[in-house]
Design a protein around this ligand. Structure first.
Ligand SMILES: *Cc1c(COP(=O)(O)O)cnc(C)c1O
Length: 342
């Protein structure tokens, strides 16, 4: 099977497994796992933040960060397609008692003026207290769209004026940096907290790191324990993350080139009504009105290709470590066959 459902489906490479097998470990809840500590320190230093926290998932790093930034009854500003709202099981509401305020967005990205417009009036007791602005880079529902750092700096200024925290769901931040030419230090600067996934494009089996100020991460460590996320000899997993940082960052450009090839092929097909402009590893296409999504996905599946439904007429395909040039060529051939034979 060529699995384009998500970049989470990658399996650890033999070299990554070897790194995991020989990792030094200890009890991380006692703060004694050297490999976890090394990963947390490395990620924090990379983004110019004081401290890091290794967690089981990107959902967990987001949920912990938002929990620490807020009190029950507070409000979080985000795009309506944001993972923190749409794909975390209602966690923001259940774990932190927060509501959300959506900002009109261009494929997941909004401006400083739009963010400012969404902020509640803190002096009006009718309104929820706005506490956090959260952005997602790259934006998943935006088709892997990449934020502009200057635009984010404008949002930072708005947050400063209104005393708000700025959080980034950077599940695919390394994908963004592979195309925008910015460094981790550049991206680290405007944010109070950043969540970075190791198990997406970077190809580790498990894990995400939250970075932020020392006091913030101290509180986050307590919340992680409360959420049941204190892990013991987690260095085995952290070793996969360290290996990914060493070996799987530069290659993200290959995933992006393959996604681009897929986009070009899709645009030539009569049954494809459109494709969101591809910048990173996510390809979101809209099928023609007479081409039902479920039948299309089934036809692909019968030919050994997996993708996911992403809306009434939309399909998502994601390139990753386990999809090579030959696989993309097969996908493109198969898409062409489906044009001829339905
Ligand atoms: C995958 C993803 C996450 C985290 O998901 P987990 O499966 O919990 O690791 C967070 N944000 C975005 C945008 C994602 O795509």
């Amino acid at each position: 099977m060529i699995d384009l459902r998500s970049d989470t489906v990658t399996r650890p490479t033999p070299a990554m497994r070897a790194a995991m097998a020989k990792a030094d470990v200890g009890d991380d809840v006692f703060g004694e796992d050297p490999t976890v500590i090394a990963l947390e320190e490395r990620m924090a230093a990379l983004f110019g933040h004081e401290a890091g926290l290794f967690c089981a998932s990107g959902t967990m790093t987001n949920q912990i960060a938002l929990n620490v930034h807020t009190r029950p009854g507070d409000e979080v500003i985000c795009d309506e397609g944001a993972h923190i709202y749409r794909y975390e099981g209602g966690g923001l509401m259940a774990n932190s008692g927060c509501s959300v305020k959506f900002v009109p967005a261009d494929r997941g990205r909004f401006t400083a003026a739009q963010a400012e417009e969404a902020i509640g009036n803190a002096a009006d007791v009718h309104q929820a207290r706005t506490r956090v602005v959260s952005i997602e880079n790259t934006s998943n529902r935006g088709g892997g769209s990449v934020w502009d750092l200057d635009q984010v700096q404008g949002i930072r200024n708005v947050c400063d004026r209104h005393g708000l925290a700025l959080h980034m769901d950077g599940a695919r931040l390394f994908n963004a940096m592979a195309v925008d030419g910015r460094t981790p230090l550049d991206w680290g600067r405007p944010f109070d907290s950043i969540s970075i996934c190791l198990s997406k494009g970077l190809g580790a089996p498990v894990g995400s790191v939250l970075v932020g100020p020392k006091d913030f991460i101290g509180l986050a460590r307590r919340v992680r324990k409360r959420f049941g996320g204190g892990m013991r000899q987690a260095g085995i997993l952290a070793a996969a993350g360290l290996h990914a940082l060493d070996h799987h960052v530069a290659r993200l450009a290959d995933d992006h080139a393959r996604a681009k090839r897929l986009e070009e092929a899709l645009l030539t097909l009569p049954y494809v009504a459109g494709v969101m402009p591809v910048r990173t590893n996510i390809v979101i296409l809209t099928l023609a009105a007479d081409r039902p999504v479920d039948a299309f996905l089934e036809a692909l599946r019968e030919r050994g290709i997996l993708a996911v439904r992403f809306g009434p007429r939309m399909v998502r395909m994601v390139t990753h470590l386990d999809v090579d040039d030959a696989a993309i060529a097969t996908v493109i051939d198969t898409l062409g066959l489906l044009a001829r034979h339905g």
